[in-house]
Design a protein around this ligand. Structure first.
Ligand SMILES: Nc1ncnc2c1ncn2[C@@H]1O[C@H](COP(=O)(O)OP(=O)(O)OP(=O)(O)O)[C@@H](O)[C@H]1O
Length: 231
């Protein structure tokens, strides 16, 4: 089984560490939800995994081999895709053109669209004309078309109503079912836990609930409060 493992990872920004000593493992075909209050360090942690910023201690390993010294591009080539916060589409391009940036061929595009029936209907629309939820579908489709082994998703729901975000969840599940390991950072904790296999809480830059079954966290009001408010 392929896995992406963080061992004792600390990430520093400016004055000092923003997140410290994090252990987690993302396995292929599974969704790990990483939840916690604003400013807890979740985005910084994802950035250190995809190589946007370095980590200052610990290790990040892909299938047992450290990738700590690899650049962002090398990590992407090794199969780590990162959907950062914000809707990173090219607004003047059509849906087709956006997805072809990573799918490359019409055949690959057609394959990807099988998982995104909503986009098929809008394929020749200029992306700027899509709704927020549809734009995030394009972001997901483009990431999926790159055939990643691991997908880091940072708050796709930002600016979306929960009901709109809920339409993205089955697609994320389908991506995981195709064998991709998903690390899901999400503000709508309940929704994330509903699709995740495993979950963990980060609060004030530390792991406050270690990785375990998502159902355990979902059923524990004390842990859920920590996920929303910290502590
Ligand atoms: N580019 C940056 N330079 C310096 N400090 C930063 C930078 N980005 C984030 N921080 C700080 O790092 C800490 C962790 O922020 P981060 O965005 O990683 O947390 P988060 O859990 O993802 O929160 P949010 O949900 O608000 O994005 C915060 O104190 C934040 O102010």
């Amino acid at each position: 089984m392929t896995e992406l493992r963080l061992s004792g990872v600390t990430v520093s920004r400016g004055a000092g560490p923003v997140v410290s000593d994090v252990d987690l493992v993302v396995r292929s075909g599974e969704i790990l939800a990483l939840v916690g209050p604003n400013g807890a360090g979740k985005s910084s942690l994802l950035e250190s995994v995809s190589g946007v910023i370095p980590h200052s201690a610990g290790d990040v390993a892909l299938d047992g081999s450290s990738i700590a010294k690899r650049s962002r591009v090398q990590r992407a080539r090794a199969g780590i895709a990162h959907i950062e916060q914000g809707r990173a589409i090219f607004p003047s391009l059509t849906v087709r053109e956006n997805i072809l940036l990573t799918a490359k061929t019409e055949t690959a595009l057609a394959e990807v669209l099988q998982s995104f029936p909503e986009l098929e209907k809008r394929i020749d629309a200029q992306s700027v004309l899509l709704s927020g939820g549809e734009q995030q579908m394009v972001v997901l489709a483009r990431a999926f078309a790159a055939k990643p082994r691991f997908l880091l998703i940072d708050e796709m729901s930002l600016g979306l109503a929960p009901v709109v975000f809920m339409r993205l969840l089955p697609v994320i599940q389908q991506i995981a079912e195709s064998g991709v390991g998903v690390l899901l950072v999400e503000q709508f904790t309940h929704l994330a836990l509903g699709v995740a296999d495993e979950a963990m809480v980060i609060a004030s830059g530390r792991v406050s609930h270690a990785q375990g079954p998502a159902a355990t966290l979902e059923q524990d009001p004390r842990l859920l409060r920590a996920a929303y408010l910290g502590g």
